[in-house]
Design a protein around this ligand. Structure first.
Ligand SMILES: [Zn+2]
Length: 1008
């Protein structure tokens, strides 16, 4: 990789010391036990026994101090932390933390909320008795640093608080359920921090508050323990992979720090902000032996304060140095984790003026001691991994706990030694957030009052509210200046071009109406709002060739609502008031018995459909006028509704129903509360989980079943109207979806609620063997379902699957060759606004795309569109004259060739007379695929993130409605439902559902 020299500079960062209240200077306190304090010999002997190499421990954790009254983790575990075969449930971890709280005045346990499945989450504070007594007082001090407006941005006042305040270091464990070591490591760490009288630990205890959430993904932890117990009971068998973690998603629970759709994110975010913590340190296990990815690699998130980048370097390099001095191999920083996306849990701190940290330690996915062989790139010595891990070792959960605890203790100690610096930085980062309008800008973001999608605007504002961002509303109209666009210096080729005469002069001001929402950038948490609402640009030339996660996320684009980035500071002077209690007014207006609701692709419309089961809802297929109001195609007409009921429901949903005096004479068709099946595989439930979450939040009912179940369902069409088959994600190949996991060998992999595994299923799905896939019976059932008039909605890999089993006629699906669109926001265009799938959308749509796949159309069944590669067709052959002259044949008069039929990339290619001749494969016009949405032209493809080689997918279909038999297969190349971030494209799915039996409405077919 290039540009590594950057890091050499970074390593030279001078550690600036602040020594106001410290007797000992940095690094002077020796790590290790206090000779005067007794050691728990039995516990210590077991720790030693379970540590597989003498160098897999440190002077900080190779002993356990004894206590007369405080119980060790053995009291709950029956053995030491990290002992083989022992993995405690969350409730056992909590039980121990509460025993500590009872036995020691240095421990306090707080309940911080519950999970989707109702399990408790906790935070454990460990500090000196004095510090814990003054928690409220200390919190008030930290709150002033967190909001420098309370100090009038006065550095002198801040310094006084910095000199006295006790910082808070927040540690979170096992967000990723198969990464199992953290809870026992954190139990023992809490014990050590409460009991150990060594100078090293005492300094931490007296100097700061350590806050611990030992289990972040509580639902997933309990499932993981179930699985592990099953494995212990069936030691010779393969054990089931952890296909469900939390109720909705698996590893993506660590990608929710932008959208805050999961309870665990919300609970940790609230705890972090309410405690005004300085650090959020999240523990993971997927890299040997301890990868402190706090520093990570470039590109860094562009909205973080450079002060934070410096803090990452300080803590990360020192962490590695300290552990290396202990002789522990395999401890490193930098590595290949880029620090771009703010979606990770730890990034809550980075975006709220704190310090984000993350460890990858090494784990065995359970508490077995195993021989582990590493890949060459894992044990290779590199510039940032001078003492790499060993190629092959025995590894135990105790080893993991030794590394985690040692890393945390050296971090806590270093942080405490430099706490005045870090507290001052905490204040400075908040102050610089408040000064954003005067410094780098912008001054504010404005969400205009005239938004046509108020309920989506509300959803976006709710995200900001969850992020603790202050929202205001102007009390009168305000006009701001727009930034002057810098004229690009014309290049040589452009120099001769005349300026277009018909070019309209660009507006220079913008006016926002009364009631427009203002997100002021002169507030402490301006940084997160800026990061979510701004645009992202990842250069294709970036030295980082493998982005770790999504590269673009611009929330205004993905929510399909207007967001104006305002740099004119005048906006801040406009009269405005803080918004309390976000809501959108709705309800019924006017007199009449038939009601019209405008359709602007708001998901709330589908909620209304399902809520008013008895009412007759119709979609107008064309625009119409009534009572002086104009309504566009897609407008919803409500008949036979109980007015009071409609009024209540529309008020609650923020929808406006307008009573009409007469039934408008417009062609319409019923909108139905279709019976939905959400289909999943037993390969992975990760990505479809976001779909369940979206439907649940909209209160749209659906059945949930696996490919195994539908293979055994006699008549799918009898039970369902629409089958949603969201992306499978990893492993979702045609082969895997049909064949599942091999069953010719091995043992069944049950996913069942049993006394042995009491947490596995909850309200999710179950099977006595996860291995079988859809099978050929299932393929036949799906085919019959569509043939009988059902709608199968497929996305990315499942669209590829539908094409693979021959359900998509003229649509072929391929993967890109060189293109790189890594979780980006791209431009799309509505091709056929008459399609009910497009109701409510205007021409330009922003969508989430992760490398396609690429759809191509053919009017010949099983055919493939010719790729537009190589020289243009119809170019003249070698011959007389110039390039533009016609060719001629000697001795014969010239004959004009018939014109080649032309079509756009997203269209069905016209069938030539030659192709039509005696060809039973030509698809009749009415059965050809109908393109609803296509990708934009290459130059307009990138909205946010990375688009490289986008011409491969530019203009290709993005959403296609492919008729099959009496039904339809609707195919998405974009992912319309992703991480709670893409609400602007939800309605493409919801429209498909509600119009499932009228998808052909407005269809215009080719003549032949
Ligand atoms: Zn992880």
């Amino acid at each position: 990789m290039n540009h590594r020299h950057r890091w050499k500079l970074a390593l030279l960062v001078v550690l600036c010391m602040f020594s106001a209240s410290h007797a000992k200077a940095d690094g002077e306190t020796p790590p290790g036990r206090d000779a005067k304090q007794q050691v728990d010999e039995a516990y210590t002997a077991k720790m030693k026994k379970y540590t597989t190499e003498p160098f897999f421990t440190s002077p900080l954790v190779n002993y356990l101090p004894a206590s007369k009254n405080v119980p060790t983790p053995e009291a709950v575990l029956g053995d030491v932390a990290g002992a083989p075969g022992i993995l405690p449930y969350a409730k056992d971890v909590y039980k121990y933390m509460r025993m500590l709280e009872k036995a020691s005045p240095r421990v306090k346990v707080f309940s911080i909320g519950t999970t989707e499945e109702g399990r408790e989450m906790i935070a454990v504070a460990v500090s000196s008795e004095e510090n814990l007594k003054k928690l409220a007082e200390n919190r008030a001090k930290l709150a002033k640093l967190a909001d420098p407006r309370t100090l009038q941005l006065n550095d002198g006042e801040a310094d006084k608080i910095v000199a006295q305040a006790v910082p808070v270091y927040y540690i979170t464990g096992t967000i990723h359920s198969p990464e199992t070591g953290a809870p026992t490591a954190l139990m023992e760490l809490a014990y050590r921090l409460a009991v150990d009288e060594s100078a090293y630990v005492k300094e931490i205890r007296d100097g700061m508050v350590t806050l611990i959430t030992p289990v972040v993904e509580v639902d997933g932890r309990d499932r993981m323990v179930d699985i592990y117990k099953w494995h212990l009971a069936h030691p010779k068998d393969f054990y089931p992979p952890l296909v469900y973690w939390g109720k909705y998603v698996a590893h993506d629970n660590n990608r929710d720090a932008m959208g805050v759709t999961l309870k665990l994110t919300e609970n940790v975010l609230n705890t972090y902000v309410q405690w005004n913590a300085q650090v959020l340190h999240d523990l993971h296990e997927s890299v040997p032996y301890l990868y402190d990815n706090t520093i990570g690699d470039g590109p860094y998130n562009a909205w973080i304060d450079p002060i934070l980048a410096d803090e990452w370097q300080m803590i990360g390099t020192r962490n590695v140095a300290d552990m290396t001095k202990f002789g522990m191999p395999g401890v490193f920083a930098h590595g290949n984790f880029d620090t771009w996306s703010p979606g990770y849990l730890m990034f809550i701190a980075a975006m709220h003026n704190g310090i984000s940290r993350l460890y990858e330690t090494f784990g065995n996915g359970g508490a077995d001691t195993l021989e582990r062989t590493l890949d060459p790139d894992e044990y290779a010595r590199t510039w940032y991994k001078q003492n790499p891990p060993l190629p092959k070792v025995m590894w135990s959960q105790r080893d993991n706990n030794n590394y985690e605890e040692t890393g945390l203790l050296v971090s806590l100690h270093y942080f405490n030694e430099n706490k005045r610096l870090f507290l001052k930085n905490f204040y400075l980062k908040a102050k610089r957030s408040v000064q954003k309008p005067a410094e780098e800008g912008p001054a504010a973001y404005v969400l205009p009052a005239d938004e046509t999608r108020p309920t989506l605007q509300l959803e976006l504002l709710k995200v900001l509210e969850k992020q603790h961002v202050e929202i205001s509303r102007v009390t009168s109209a305000v006009t701001v200046a727009l930034p002057v666009r810098k004229e690009k210096k014309p290049g040589k080729a452009e120099e001769k071009k005349e300026t277009k005469k018909d070019e309209k002069p660009q507006p220079t001001t913008q006016t926002f109406a009364t009631g427009s929402f203002v997100i002021r950038m002169d507030q402490p948490y301006s940084r997160i709002a800026d990061a979510l609402l701004d645009h992202q640009y990842w250069s294709p030339e970036d030295p980082q060739r493998t982005p770790y996660d999504d590269t673009g996320w611009t929330f205004g684009e993905l929510y399909g609502v207007q967001v104006a980035r305002v740099s004119d500071a005048k906006i801040l002077q406009a009269p405005m008031e803080p918004v309390k209690g976000l809501r959108v007014p709705g309800g019924v207006k006017g007199e009449g018995t038939i009601f019209a609701i405008e359709n602007h692709a708001e998901p709330a419309l589908a909620s209304l459909r399902y809520r008013l089961q008895a009412a007759d809802l119709q979609a107008a297929e064309e625009g119409f006028e009534s009572g002086g109001n104009k309504f566009a195609a897609g407008t919803i007409l409500v008949k036979n509704a109980d007015r009071a009921q409609l009024d209540a429901a529309s008020k609650e949903l923020g929808l406006q129903a307008i009573a009409l005096t007469a039934v408008p004479s417009v062609k319409s068709h019923p909108l139905r509360a279709a019976r939905i099946l959400l289909l999943h595989t037993w390969l992975s439930t990760q990505t479809e989980g976001w779909w369940r979450l979206a439907l649940d939040k909209l209160q749209i009912p659906y059945d949930y079943a696996s490919t195994q179940t539908i293979a055994k369902t006699a008549d799918l069409r009898e039970k369902y109207d629409v089958i949603l088959f969201p992306p499978v994600g990893w492993g979702g190949s045609l082969n895997n979806v049909i064949n599942g996991t091999p069953t010719s060998w091995g043992n069944p992999l049950p996913w069942q609620q049993t006394p042995e595994t009491p947490n596995l299923v909850e309200k999710n799905d179950a099977t006595d063997d996860m291995r079988p896939g859809l099978g050929w019976d299932g393929v036949a059932k799906l085919q019959k379902f569509v043939n009988d008039g059902g709608v199968l909605l497929t996305v990315m890999d499942t669209a590829q699957f539908a094409s693979g089993i021959g359900l998509t006629g003229g649509v072929s699906v391929s993967n890109s060759e060189k293109m790189k669109i890594v979780g980006s926001v791209v431009g799309a265009r509505v091709v056929d606004g008459a399609s009910p799938i497009a109701y409510g959308y205007s021409e330009k749509v922003s969508a989430y795309c992760d490398n396609g796949p690429i759809f191509s159309l053919s009017s010949i069944s099983g055919g493939r569109r010719r790729r537009r590669l190589g020289p243009e067709l119809g170019a003249r052959p070698t011959g007389r004259g110039t390039k533009d002259d016609p060719d001629f044949t000697v001795g014969r008069a010239g004959v004009e060739a018939p014109e080649e039929p032309e079509s756009e990339i997203w269209e069905n290619p016209p069938v030539t007379d030659e192709q039509r001749h005696n060809n039973p494969r030509v698809i009749p016009p009415a059965m050809r695929a109908r393109v609803v949405l296509r990708y934009a032209e290459s130059k307009d493809l990138l909205i946010s993130g990375l688009v490289e080689g986008g011409n491969e997918i530019a203009q290709h279909p993005a959403v296609v409605d492919a008729p099959f038999g009496k039904g339809h297969v609707v195919m998405f190349s974009i992912n319309p439902v992703w991480r709670g971030e893409t609400q602007g494209t939800y309605s493409l799915v919801l429209n498909t559902i509600m119009n499932y039996d009228n998808l052909n409405a407005g269809r215009k077919d080719d003549a032949k």
